[in-house]
Design a protein around this ligand. Structure first.
Ligand code: C2E
Ligand code: MG
Ligand code: MG
Length: 715
């Protein structure tokens, strides 16, 4: 709807113009005024879309009216048509200056009036629409501006919140090292007030030590203009908590692109590191003892080798193997075994120095990396100390358990260039120590390797022999030189080696001794011999003795009386049918301890003979102190006694000694009738040798008893 105001002092004109205006469109409202002042008053209150005014009016002319109208607020752009009869330009100029929009000549052409007014009204409509649109646009603009600002403010606030609460220390410094900004996580961490550190030197924030290092790194970023690669660092909080961080430093640039600051962000990776460390710990430690494991030992060895290359002192590797530990597990069970291993580990840990490494390699095997040794003497002394430490150790909770250790030692660089070689050679030396009876240490020697190789082959064959029952016992009879009856047999070991036939003990026993295999082998011999003897006992054969050769290691490592008692009760053999043969060397190892064992054996009813008598210690007096029943003259004296008066004298002396101590004397290796004759003359009561009977299978012994009268003895 449009509102048209008409101002004319003549009523006829007012009517005509009103009608014409109303005819333009249906929704046009027309107000006509005879006096310009009335029109102005109305226009103060109402907004017209078009004003049509006469120029020549009594109160005020058209120019003054337009001028007054334009002064009304909001009326500045209402189109105003001035009707004038005056052709003069001066009138029109005045009206234009006052703000008239258009002119119509009087008398008015109706068609022109309608056309002009319609156009002006259309213009006015557009004008209003535009104004309206502009207004809403402005409003919309204002609205969107406000919301954008809010969004930015919100996001900055939120970002600041995130930055403050992230588990990341964030700060920035300027070229002078002053703090530009710092997040809350960092101020909390260092226990400072943000207001007190911003704008101040970095040291105020991080403390002087951290600040110095940071300054140097920040300078690097300033000079290179590049970010530093991330690095790990440990920082201590105000509360004294050490945390691990992954730190990055990146340049901050101003609008011109110049580096104006350095942003440091440190991500807290403590938890991650802990997991990593825990996994590393698990991979490098033995779960039972918590000691370093083989992997870690190898690493330490490699590091020690690298240090040695740089001129550090030499170092030694001690390989420690508990002797006979398997039986602890067998007898007491694994949980006791484990507890004992754990406490032995704890004891060993007390022997080492801080720079040394004690590791458990598995089972009952430990190793010590002894660092910075000055001399071989140092190493040997340390090895001896380890052996003593194990041997003297008593676990208060497991007082019944005792252990000794065999220790093999390899010294870098002489005994091995790398970790593997050192371990291998220490292992060889350890086996040597074990072979010598254990509870000892052995230093690696270069020729061990060559010997070890062939020994190793033989050793594994021996193990197989034991497992596959390739050992057999032959028995050699011993006769009474007087009554000619069989008084005993000696069990002699043979190895029925595949593709090699029967192998004598001289070939393989030294290796069995060296490797420690002699222990299970001898155990087998004891069992076998007692079983055979029991079979003879059951057959009702006379009560002759079965003599078994003992090895030195047995007495050092085993409770022989206990073992013998067990086998006797297991087999059911009468104890008087069993005899043990010991060499002088066995006895001399530890006279007191062996004598005690022998007394024990005697109490059981088992007799003892000294084998190869005369070849060992020449002092015969120690025999007096020993609970033995028999001595066996070594075959070397018997062999030569018919030619060599000295040997004959020795044989006679031994027989006399035996008599004086009430001991039986047996001559070994009797091969000829002359020898037998000589022995009889010397007063020797018993004889053993090829002349009388060769070592033979158990079954042949039975047959022997059937044929006894026809034996060579009677010849
Ligand atoms: P030994 O205890 O002095 O045994 C006697 C050795 O002399 C045996 O040799 C036997 O076959 C041999 N011999 C017997 N009569 C004569 C003879 O008239 N002339 C000659 N030349 N030799 C004779 P073998 O069986 O070779 O045993 C050698 C050594 O091996 C034994 O010496 C003994 O020390 C050891 N041995 C044998 N069996 C075992 C065993 O089961 N355990 C242990 N620990 N050692 C054993
Ligand atoms: Mg013997
Ligand atoms: Mg002998």
């Amino acid at each position: 709807m449009a509102l048209v105001a008409i101002v004319d002092d003549r009523v006829t004109n007012r009517n005509i113009f009103s009608k014409l205006a109303a005819s333009i469109a249906a929704d046009i409202e027309v107000r006509a005024f005879g006096a310009p002042r009335d029109a102005l008053a109305w226009l103060q209150q109402n907004q017209a879309d078009l004003v049509i005014t006469d120029y020549k009016m009594p109160e005020m002319d058209g120019a003054d009216f337009v001028g007054a109208l334009r002064a009304i607020p909001g009326a500045a752009d209402i189109p105003v048509v001035v009707i004038t009869v005056y052709e003069e330009r001066s009138y029109r100029l005045r009206a234009l200056e006052a703000g008239a929009t258009d002119f119509l000549n009087s008398p008015v052409d109706h068609h022109e009036f309608v056309t002009r007014t319609r156009n002006l009204l259309a213009l006015r409509r557009h004008q209003k629409l535009l104004a309206e649109r502009a207004e809403t646009l402005a409003e919309e603009l204002a609205n969107s501006e406000r919301s954008r600002e809010r969004a930015i403010r919100d996001s900055i606030e939120r970002l600041a919140q995130v930055i403050d609460t992230l588990p990341v220390l964030i700060n920035a410094v300027d070229r002078e090292g002053r703090t530009l900004f710092v997040n809350e996580f960092e101020t909390d961490f260092f226990g400072v007030d943000p207001a007190a550190v911003v704008g101040k030197p970095l040291a105020e924030l991080t403390g002087p030590t951290n600040a110095d290092r940071n300054r140097a790194l920040d300078q690097l970023v300033f000079t290179t203009g590049k970010a530093l690669p991330a690095f790990e660092e440990d920082l201590v909080s105000a509360a004294g908590r050490r945390r691990s961080f992954l730190t990055t430093k990146t340049p901050l640039r101003d609008h011109a692109g110049a580096v104006s600051g350095v942003l440091t962000s440190s991500l807290d990776i403590t938890a991650h590191k802990r997991t990593e460390e825990h996994l590393r710990y698990l991979a490098h430690h033995d779960p039972l003892t918590s000691l370093p494991n083989r992997t870690l030992l190898s690493e330490k060895l490699r590091a020690a080798i690298a240090r040695a290359r740089r001129g550090d002192k030499v170092f030694a590797l001690h390989l420690i193997d508990l002797d006979g530990f398997k039986s602890v597990n067998d007898v007491h069970g694994h949980s006791i075994g484990d507890r004992f291993l754990k406490s032995v580990g704890g004891r060993l840990a007390q022997v080492i120095r801080e720079a040394d490494t004690l590791a458990r390699l598995g089972g009952d095997e430990f190793a010590i990396l002894q660092s910075e040794v000055a001399s071989n003497y140092d190493v040997a002394e340390f090895a001896a100390r380890i052996a003593d430490c194990v041997a003297s150790f008593v676990d208060p909770a497991l007082q019944h358990l005792k252990a000794t250790a065999s220790i093999g030692v390899a010294i870098h660089p002489n005994d091995g260039a790398d970790a593997e070689e050192l371990l291998r050679n220490a292992d060889l030396a350890m086996y040597k120590a074990k072979g010598e009876g254990g509870n000892a240490y052995c230093m690696f020697a270069a020729d061990m390797q060559a010997r070890a190789r062939s020994t190793l082959d033989l050793e594994s064959s021996l193990r197989e022999a034991l497992a596959n029952e390739q050992f057999v016992l032959h028995y050699q009879p011993q006769f009474s030189a007087v009554t000619k009856e069989i008084v005993g047999v000696e069990a002699l070991l043979r190895w029925n080696r595949p593709d090699a036939g029967l192998v004598g003990p001289g070939v393989f026993l030294p290796h069995a001794e060296e490797s420690g295999l002699i222990i299970p082998i001898n155990e087998w011999v004891l069992n076998r011999a007692c079983a055979d003897a029991y079979a003879w006992q059951r057959l009702g054969l006379p009560a002759f003795r079965v003599a078994i050769n003992m090895s030195p290691i047995q007495f050092r490592k085993k409770n022989v009386p206990l073992q013998v008692a067990r086998v006797l009760s297991e087999t059911g053999l009468e104890s008087r049918r069993l005899e043990l043969e010991l060499t002088e060397n066995i006895v001399m190892q530890d006279v007191e301890a062996v004598a005690k064992d022998l007394r024990e054996l005697n109490r059981l009813g088992v007799s003892v003979a000294i084998d190869d008598f005369g070849t060992g210690y020449s002092s015969l007096s120690y025999i007096k102190r020993l609970p033995v029943q028999r001595i066996k003259i070594d075959q070397s004296f018997v062999r030569n006694m018919t030619q060599d008066p000295n040997d004959a004298a020795i044989v006679r002396a031994i027989v006399t000694l035996g008599r004086s101590l009430a001991l039986d004397v047996v001559a070994e290796g009797v091969e000829t009738q002359q020898q037998l004759q000589c022995l009889r003359e010397a007063g020797c009561d018993y004889a053993q040798g090829f002349l009388l009977g060769r070592p033979m299978p158990a079954d042949d012994i039975v047959a022997l008893f059937g044929k006894q009268p026809s034996l060579a003895m009677s010849a």
